[in-house]
Design a protein around this ligand. Structure first.
Ligand SMILES: *[C@@H]1O[C@H](CO)[C@@H](O)[C@H](O)[C@H]1NC(C)=O
Ligand SMILES: *[C@@H]1O[C@H](CO)[C@@H](O)[C@H](O)[C@H]1NC(C)=O
Ligand SMILES: *[C@@H]1O[C@H](CO)[C@@H](O)[C@H](O)[C@H]1NC(C)=O
Ligand SMILES: [Fe+2]
Length: 477
């Protein structure tokens, strides 16, 4: 009788196991060519008027969302670094003075890069701002996030490996229809490094003009990828990240970081940690010391959602960049599990992939499990390297699909994470389906802190699953 039961049970388990095998989507899109938009195309146009501000973009300027950094470029003369802003359009009660910088790259001379930190603004408020002078002044607006609160709802977008092709434009336009309030950018911005000599600087400028339609109105939270390194010995350019660091400031000092390439912010109910895959990160490096402290500062009672951004994915079953994330995994995965990170977003691989909750923290060279295993404490890993750059798609997934891989598809698109409250967030991946936005992978994300352990029982006792997919039988826990 017992044996019989056991037999039935193992049959049942086998069934569940088969049911939870991941999905490799075979969707094939008719491709737009993966070519950069020509310089003369109107989406890259320089705004009209003498010395008109261009490449306007904003990012969070402090730890908690009561400041923004506004950045722009003028080309005819330095002009003013002032931002005028207020609560209604055209009526500005405040003025703040920014800073000016310029740099050369090979023989390219950058425009005058203005950066202005606007502080002391109120939460949950729409601000109007104006930059530039006279006839060429330009007007924009932005909305501040709600104050840091465990139940503050907020919608983030996630974009990676964007570039400046027609596919990139399609991703930006679809993202702008999503209603999300801020972009978590997982690295590889302009792909200007695919050009040479003075064209590198020129293509950083065109990228700035391309993203302005969104980035001037809402913060893009930047992390750096390999295409930000800009290492060109034959051109005499060997200092890494120069173009990126001159153009895309981050609020790193607010999180006590010593380097703009890694930092953290809190926004609404989320604590967001930005890591640099291409800066030293092993034990005892500045990034390691900083991350160790930052994890201790995370207060899930205030910010239930813990999100990490990095460029190189830790789990990836594509042939492209397979296992490149192993070095960072060995350095940090233990902390990701210990601190119950909800989700880790990465790019780099030009495709979309989502993992189950898995870990490989018991791996060691003398034995143990040298492969990822289901682990309900672990984050979900999501690769969104599918923004649409000129290198094209990474369409060769490894076969068979590994157990840890829940869904994968080689198309362009972006994701959104809509946080509802401390326990629930809705996640969507939206494919650029020949010009239309099509939601292709979606699930409800349950918070790792409030949705698990002691507090899970306290708050909602029936949520056994840390991930409940809308697709049938993709539940591991
Ligand atoms: C910055 O701009 C000033 C004023 O136009 C110019 O004299 C200087 O050469 C520029 N510096 C660099 C590094 O391009
Ligand atoms: C390494 O693996 C062995 C064999 O499974 C195990 O006994 C040991 O505890 C592991 N060491 C670490 C540091 O995890
Ligand atoms: C949190 O949001 C989810 C999804 O909208 C909802 O089902 C749940 O009741 C909410 N919880 C609380 C405590 O409001
Ligand atoms: Fe990359």
């Amino acid at each position: 009788m017992l044996l019989h039961l056991f037999f039935l049970l193992s049959l049942f388990l086998t069934f569940i196991d088969n049911g939870s095998a991941g999905i490799t989507s075979t969707f094939v899109r008719t491709k737009f060519p993966a070519v950069d938009i020509p310089l003369e195309n109107e989406v890259l146009a320089v705004p009209k008027g003498y010395n008109a501000p261009q490449q306007v973009h904003i990012t969070q300027g402090d730890y908690d969302g009561k400041a923004v950094i506004i950045s722009w470029v003028t080309t005819d003369e330095p002009g003013s670094s002032q931002v005028q802003y207020g609560l209604s359009e055209g009526k500005y009660d405040f003025t703040v003075e920014g800073t000016l910088t310029n740099y050369t790259f090979y023989k390219y001379k950058s425009g005058y890069i203005h950066q202005c930190l606007v502080t002391g603004i109120q939460h949950d408020t729409k601000y109007y701002y104006e930059i530039g002078n006279g006839d060429s002044a330009r007007k924009f607006w932005f909305e501040t996030p709600p104050k840091v609160d465990p139940d503050a709802s907020y919608k983030f977008g996630i974009i990676g490996d964007l570039g400046q092709t027609y596919n990139s434009l399609s991703t930006i336009q679809h993202y702008m229809q999503s209603g999300a309030k801020s972009v978590l950018f997982v690295g590889d911005l302009s792909y200007a490094d695919r050009y040479q000599y003075n064209d590198v600087g020129v293509r950083w400028d065109t990228f700035g003009r391309l993203i302005e339609q969104s980035a001037a109105y809402q913060p893009w939270i930047w992390s750096a990828g390999n295409h930000e390194i800009d290492y060109f010995p034959y051109m005499g350019e060997v200092v890494p990240f120069r173009s990126f660091l001159n153009r895309y400031p981050t609020p790193y000092k607010a999180s006590k970081s010593s380097n703009p390439l890694w930092y953290a912010i809190r926004r609404a109910s989320a604590h967001i940690i930005v890591l640099s895959s291409y800066s030293p990160f092993v034990k005892y490096t500045p990034q390691w010391h900083w991350l160790k402290q930052e994890f201790k500062k995370v207060n899930r009672e205030k910010t239930p959602w813990l999100i990490v951004l990095m460029h190189v994915p830790i789990y990836n079953s594509n042939e492209a960049h397979f296992m490149e994330g192993e070095s960072m995994r060995s350095a940090y995965e233990r902390w990701f599990v210990k601190y119950k990170v909800d989700v880790i977003f990465a790019g780099h691989v030009h495709a979309y992939e989502r993992s189950y909750r898995i870990s490989n923290i018991h791996y060691n060279v003398s034995g143990g499990d040298a492969y990822p295993v289901p682990d309900k404490r672990a984050p979900i890993y999501i690769t969104v390297g599918d923004g649409g750059n000129s290198e094209g798609l990474a369409s060769r997934f490894r076969d068979p699909q590994p157990e840890y891989s829940a869904f994968r598809e080689a198309s362009y698109g972006h994701s959104t994470l809509e946080i509802k409250n401390r326990t629930h967030a809705f996640y969507h991946w939206n494919r650029n389906d020949d010009g239309n936005k099509v939601t292709t992978d979606s699930f409800t994300l349950q918070n790792q802190y409030w949705g698990s352990g002691r507090r899970r029982r306290k708050l909602n006792k029936n949520h056994l699953n840390s991930v409940i997919s809308e697709r049938p039988s993709t539940v591991w826990f």
